[in-house]
Design a protein around this ligand. Structure first.
Ligand code: NAG
Ligand code: NAG
Ligand code: NAG
Ligand code: NAG
Ligand code: NAG
Ligand code: NAG
Ligand code: NAG
Ligand code: NAG
Length: 486
């Protein structure tokens, strides 16, 4: 037996060598990048080209292909292919051999002929990816100081142990929603048109264990591996603890919190095979900033319909458009630049964050809106006499059933047939695909939570479909809403 196998030794050694060289021929991604490093995108790579790995192999920095021929520098969670950080989201570059990533002290994305697209503007010695997913530029080996780290420039996601401070913001992949910190709260904001911002969700610090001290410095938040979103001022005792489902359950899955394209803030943990939904800021879909799209009605527990009861909601949208001109003309409705839709039994979502005035009648409330060139509509409460003016492009109103709440809505004179514009479809690139996978994976976990609201969810999926990451460079100007509005 022994003799026989020894006689095969050369062959076995050869096979081992062959196998080893096979493995090694595809060079594994580096563990650090030093000055002089350059890389260009490989035309044969269809999704992600890894350039740098963390020590566990769970995270990777590389070129992420988006919209088929564009590129973002991204940190990916490798087991799920989920991008958790993007460098150049405001200016994607072409997936072409003229595009180059280099490290010369700064990490730079450039096109040698035209320009520098993105740069960390640092003077460091090396680039490393920590096992926390934090990409760092460090400038000495002995006791590294860190002139730059990706944790300070989050995209739409914060991961566990990442500090989110009052100077940062999260922006959803479609550019519509953002998260920022106030002096004692976490705020979510929507941008449905260029110069107005809608404040739609606020979580104030409870200050149960520690108080926020005025003048004691800005607050920051951090996802704690024990399953909560902690808010801190300058001490280690949180001024607020927003518990996730996994709170104190010791499940030790890697946690992240993401501002989703529907405007919800969600927490997930990685259970080794999928991202499991662990937290959502807004649990009632009707309280999302635009669950059913423009000029719609969201009925809790039942779903989406249109404000104009003569129209049907189709492909998740109501067939109505905003007036080009909101200015009313003195001398009666017929002369106005818009039509008016009146609907009773409606309520503004998150109205506790919207200022109101008191008027003596519905007519007076409507009058305030009618002549105001930035007012899209009003809701008058005939009981409390509160008059709410809507100064953002009207999205979904809540169906309330209380007929004393009276909606007055400006709407375009000619109901224009809207088509899904090509621009929306183009955006669904690889990141879109990855998000769809995440949504699908998460969907399984959250199915039970949502089952009771299945009809709403069906509509929401349509909404998600339209809102999946568009070309990032269109941020601000070319969101799906502004496409409709132009
Ligand atoms: C690094 O390269 C960029 C792009 O070529 C250049 O603008 C920058 O000055 C360089 N920095 C250093 C320290 O050489
Ligand atoms: C991550 O890195 C830290 C510090 O280098 C180390 O203490 C920790 O054990 C690492 N975690 C894993 C999972 O490798
Ligand atoms: C987060 O902030 C805490 C407190 O200031 C600090 O100790 C910790 O190092 C920070 N973490 C990171 C990853 O920067
Ligand atoms: C931290 O907060 C305390 C009050 O709790 C305050 O007296 C102190 O000045 C703060 N320190 C800094 C550095 O802001
Ligand atoms: C990292 O990889 C290990 C196995 O190598 C796995 O157990 C762990 O869940 C991974 N962590 C993340 C955040 O993916
Ligand atoms: C639509 O609503 C108006 C009043 O809001 C009502 O008079 C009308 O009957 C409704 N039409 C349909 C088709 O439900
Ligand atoms: C018009 O409405 C907006 C939004 O409600 C309000 O801020 C503004 O003061 C109003 N303008 C006038 C002239 O009433
Ligand atoms: C509004 O309130 C007034 C007085 O409280 C009442 O007379 C009127 O009928 C109410 N209108 C509606 C539509 O509920």
């Amino acid at each position: 037996m022994l003799i026989r196998s020894t006689s095969h030794l050369p062959a076995i050694l050869f096979l081992l060598f062959a196998a080893a060289s096979l493995v090694c021929s595809s060079t594994p991604p580096a563990q650090e990048l030093l000055r002089g490093f350059t890389a260009t995108p490989d035309p044969s790579v269809s999704s992600f080209q890894s350039l740098l790995q963390d020590s566990t192999g769970n995270f990777s920095l590389g070129f992420l292909r988006l919209n088929s021929n564009q590129l973002a520098l991204a940190v990916l969670h490798v087991p799920s292919n989920e991008p958790i950080w993007l460098a150049n989201l405001n200016q994607l570059v072409r997936w072409s051999d003229r595009t180059q990533l280099l490290f010369n002290g700064s990490l730079v994305i450039s096109d040698p002929i035209t320009k520098v697209f993105w740069s960390t503007e640092t003077d460091g010695n090396r680039v490393v990816l920590l096992n926390s997913s934090n990409l760092q530029i460090q400038n000495s080996n002995a006791s590294p100081t860190v002139p730059w780290q990706s944790f300070d420039f989050p995209t739409n996601t914060v991961v566990e142990n990442q500090n989110f401070t009052s100077t940062m913001s999260l922006v959803s992949s479609n550019g519509l929603y953002s998260m920022r910190l106030g002096n004692n709260f976490i705020g979510l904001y929507a941008k449905f048109e260029a110069d107005t911002e809608l404040f739609y969700w606020r979580h104030r610090a409870l200050e149960a264990k520690a108080n926020i001290v005025e003048g004691g410095g800005p607050i920051y938040v951090r996802v704690d591996p024990d399953g909560y979103l902690g808010m801190y001022q300058n001490g280690s005792t949180p001024v607020d603890v927003e518990a996730f489902s996994s709170f104190q359950r010791n499940n030790n899955g890697f946690l992240m919190v993401r501002l989703e394209p529907d405007g919800n803030l969600k927490g997930y943990y990685w259970d080794g095979s999928t991202w499991v939904l662990d937290y959502q800021a807004i649990s009632d879909p009707c309280e999302l900033p635009s669950p059913c799209g423009p000029y719609s009605l969201c009925t809790p527990g039942s779903g989406c319909s249109c404000l104009d009861n003569r129209t049907e909601i189709s492909s998740g949208r109501c067939d109505a458009s905003y007036p080009d001109n909101l200015c009313g003309v003195d001398g009666g409705e017929s002369a106005n630049n818009f039509n008016v839709l009146r609907k009773n039994g409606v309520e503004l979502p998150f109205k506790e964050l919207i200022t109101y005035q008191t008027t003596s009648s519905q007519a007076e409330c409507e009058g305030l809106c009618e002549r105001n060139c930035s007012c899209y509509g009003s809701v008058y409460n005939n009981g409390s006499r509160f008059c709410y003016l809507v100064d953002y492009p009207i999205q979904s109103l809540l169906s309330d059933g209380d007929e004393s709440k009276m909606g007055y809505i400006k709407i375009s004179e000619s109901a224009r047939k809207k088509k899904i514009t090509a621009g929306l479809g183009v955006g669904i690139g690889l990141l879109g695909g990855a998000m769809v996978c995440l949504i699908a994976a998460v969907g399984v976990g959250s199915y039970r939570m949502w089952r009771r609201r299945r009809r709403v969810k069906r509509m929401l999926e349509e909404e998600d479909g339209g809102a999946i990451p568009g070309p990032y460079k269109n941020l601000g100007s070319g969101s799906s809403r502004s496409i409709e509005m132009t």
